[in-house]
Write a protein that binds this ligand. Sequence first.
Ligand SMILES: [Zn+2]
Length: 142
Amino acid sequence: MIHIGYKWINNHKKLHLWQSFLGLFYKHLKDAHEIDDFYFNLLEEASQSWDKQSSKRVAVESYIKLLEYEGRLHTEMECFLCHHKIEGDISLIRAYLPTHKECTHTLPINQNGLKELYKNKSSLFLSNKEIDRLWHILLEGL
Ligand SMILES: [Zn+2]
């Protein structure tokens, strides 16, 4: 059980985002026999930054750490659908699998911003629009 006693509990928007975020973890981990400390630490860390920056950015950055931890972070820029190299912008689909924007017709993410996110777990070079897109992909499941 994650105890949340932070001041953003009174911020309905942030609380709603937190409930969605936590729900994703519940679904992801509900069949696990033992839950690794990694997930508790990740949520603890996220809950502490939830009001210091955009909650969606914290969620996206945390998710990258999770993907990396689980060995599912696709840093090679090869399209999951057509298997050709991706030059320039990248459209991500569920589990942040990379695709060409022409292959999925979804909002592309700038490649430099994505590289910074993957390497340093920082969303600094991603626009709010890109973060919204990443948040929506996240809602499809971890
Ligand atoms: Zn493609």
